[in-house]
Design a protein around this ligand. Structure first.
Ligand code: GLA
Ligand code: ZN
Length: 677
């Protein structure tokens, strides 16, 4: 497996964070301290300029790069590198005042006043022009600066704008997609409630005080928002790439953020980067937190099947959780190494130095208001940095996964806006994580794939609640099974197509009825205090939320309902199709059935962890590989010590000592082990 570097000129793990010298221009003493402390913290990368537009262009057309010049020079002299940002995430007041169209318009038609951030219009020609101009100037100024490593395009893109420019762009996008109103009306089923459109100008985005029940409109609006944001981002990227074609670009994402289909953005980026702030609590609840975080890391890695950047995390606590608890000693190292275990080549923070005032003054940082290297947090960061320096061998390595979970933004949008089932809580994320947990606790690498990925590289594909399936996607799933793959789907599979029109001819649609060998006639949504019992090979389990009423049409029945009017009907099935098998789980279980089934499938398919020993509760192992060696991160998420044992003679990556036999992992301990593949 060929290694893949974020920037081959610096083949080390990056450690550092968002750094705002623009906030400290009157304190040269502090700026000098920052460089001393960066070295002491074993940091080697700072992200500069993220919200610095007002410093860089204090008046329209008047530029002042002095703070940035000094920051880049100083960081480089101190041995560091720079992740350099474009400043479009927040704009100077003069810009909003002079060109109000750059301000975002809310769904009720009101326009934002100047303030806050992440609230510009993505369509505004003037905003695009101003952003391209400042981006170009930054790129021209630093194109040959030896510190420049990666472009950090904007910051956490998100949100929607309902201004006339955006509405016009939406209509043009629709026109391009559907060509005729007739096609659009059919796809959106607008004859319902007399919603037929007879002119493109009649189409508005979905709004609470307007159209809400045209599911196809809702889905297309969300797709359009992704398109428009991506288009804006592309314009930003063009401005810097025109000057620095070889400097990689990224933008910091937010995991499974609902508002954008990140895979569309990903196509325009060289590297994926992500911001993550899990609620580590210092209790056994951290095991669930770890599972959720791991699932997000796997999504980020899989988007490009290459190492990603952890662009933001906190070394201690945030300021915006409901309860801003400190990370317990050791938790920071554990969480950071977990990210690397799942494919990150960087550990970066928001923020390097705490700002003195304003909205984030009490957010965790490497350097506290106290200002020295003597804080607990600083020492933990420095210790982590020291470990990271020993991990050059990991840099650029990839993850070999035989299991994939399918997550598709369009599917989630379609399902969540569907009028029916459990109206407000479809729980697709919960369902996905229920499967993910089974793999996590067994130390199995998982890719989080899209419908566009190549399924055939996986032995097992799990596609929970894949509600919206086009005919082409149905054919692809069928071909995967036919060629020998094992596919697991659940309740709500293939009920509608890619425009949210119901599949006719029985569920699962899109040609999957014969693949699963079943007909799903009805779906029973239970009240929260209802349940059914399902008889399974592993004993009786509880069915909650959803019970579908299946007929086996050739499939073998694995489990049956035990009560209610559908007692005796199939609750889970498997069908041989071509060389593969298609499993269907018709009910939501509370975890035990999913877990037992996943264990069975892993055994059937001979999929094992790269760590050979049994993993106790809260301990897991994930691996990366360079093709010749396997690097296993053995991690204990328990607040207590845990015992494992291995029959392999491992080497620790950091000091080459041999590990074999019984191992006691301290609370929160990570061992990074290596063996030949
Ligand atoms: C986000 C932003 C940062 C900062 C952090 C605080 O991730 O990108 O600028 O506000 O949150 O946690
Ligand atoms: Zn707009």
């Amino acid at each position: 497996m060929k290694k893949s570097f974020i920037n081959p000129s610096f083949p080390h793990l990056l450690h550092g964070g968002d750094y705002n010298p623009d906030q400290w221009q009157d304190r040269p003493d502090i700026l000098a301290e920052d460089m001393r402390l960066m070295q002491l913290a074993n940091c080697n990368a700072l992200s500069v300029g993220i919200f610095a537009w007002a410093s860089l262009e204090p008046e329209e057309g008047k530029y002042d790069f002095s703070f940035m010049d000094k920051a880049l020079d100083d960081i480089y002299k101190a041995g560091g590198r720079v992740v350099l940002a474009t400043p479009s995430g927040a704009r100077p007041a003069w810009l909003s005042m002079k060109y109000p169209e750059v301000l975002r318009t809310n769904v009720d038609g009101s326009r934002n006043t100047h303030g806050m951030r992440h609230n510009h219009c993505y369509s505004s020609p003037i905003y695009r022009q101003k952003v391209a101009e400042i981006n170009r100037r930054i790129a021209e100024r630093y194109q040959n600066h030896p510190a420049l490593l990666v472009w950090h395009i904007s910051n956490e893109y998100g949100g929607k704008c309902y201004c006339e420019n955006c509405k016009r762009a939406f209509r043009a996008w629709l026109q391009d997609k559907y060509k005729t109103l007739d096609a659009l009306n059919k796809a959106w089923w607008t004859a319902f409630w007399s919603h037929t459109y007879t002119a493109w100008e009649q189409i508005d985005p979905p709004m609470d005080h307007g159209e809400r029940y045209t599911n196809g409109l809702d889905l297309d609006w969300k797709r359009f928002c992704t398109h428009q944001t991506t288009d804006f981002m592309k314009a930003e990227i063009r401005a810097v790439k025109a000057v620095t074609p070889n400097v990689p670009v990224t933008t910091n994402m937010m995991g499974f953020y609902h508002g954008l289909d990140y895979r569309v953005l990903a196509k325009e980026l060289d590297v994926i980067s992500n911001d993550i702030y899990p609620t580590w609590r210092g209790t056994q609840a951290d095991i669930n937190t770890a599972i959720d975080a791991a699932f997000i890391h796997d999504l980020c890695r899989t988007m490009k099947h290459q190492p990603f950047m952890l662009m933001e995390s906190t070394p201690s606590h945030v300021n915006w959780h409901e309860y801003n608890k400190l990370k317990r000693p050791g938790a920071h190292e554990l969480a950071s190494l977990q990210t690397i275990a799942h494919g990150a080549d960087t550990v970066q923070y928001f923020q390097f130095r705490k700002s003195r005032g304003a909205g984030e003054q009490f957010h965790g940082a490497v350097i506290d208001h106290e200002g020295s290297e003597n804080t607990r947090v600083f020492k933990e960061v420095a210790a982590l940095g020291a470990r990271m320096k020993q991990l050059d061998a990991i840099v650029g390595t990839k993850t070999a996964a035989r299991v994939a979970i399918l997550h598709d933004w369009s599917n989630r949008w379609a399902l969540e806006s569907a009028q029916g089932f459990q109206l407000k809580h479809k729980k697709i994320g919960t369902t996905q994580r229920q499967f993910y947990r089974s793999f996590w606790k067994r130390g199995i690498n998982v890719d989080v794939i899209s419908p566009e990925d190549n399924f055939t590289r996986y032995d097992l594909v799990v596609a929970p609640m894949l509600y919206s399936v086009s005919d082409a996607q149905g054919q692809k799933l069928a071909a995967y099974v036919e060629q020998g793959g094992t596919l697991v789907c659940t309740y709500t599979t293939a009920m509608v197509d890619e425009t949210t029109l119901a599949h006719l001819g029985g569920w699962p649609g899109a040609g999957l009825r014969r693949v699963f060998g079943i007909w799903n006639e009805e779906i029973d949504t239970l009240y929260p205090d209802d349940c059914n019992t399902v008889q399974t090979p592993f004993g009786n389990v509880k069915a909650v939320d959803y019970c579908e009423l299946l007929h086996a049409e050739g499939a073998e029945v694995i489990a049956t309902y035990a009560s209610d009017f559908y007692a005796g009907m199939p609750a889970a099935t498997v069908n041989r199709y071509g060389k593969g098998k298609a499993y269907y789980f018709a009910f939501r279980d509370t975890g035990d059935f999913t877990d037992a089934m996943m264990e069975k499938l892993l055994n059937d398919l001979n999929i094992t962890s790269d760590f050979d020993g049994a993993l106790p509760h809260g301990v897991t192992a994930h691996s990366r590989t360079d093709g010749e060696n396997v690097f296993v991160f053995l991690q204990n998420f328990n607040t207590e010590a845990a015992n494992v044992s291995t029959a392999t003679a491992w080497q620790t990556v950091e000091n080459g000592s041999t590990v074999c036999g019984a191992i006691t992992l301290k609370p929160y301990e990570t061992l990074i082990l290596k063996k030949e593949r």
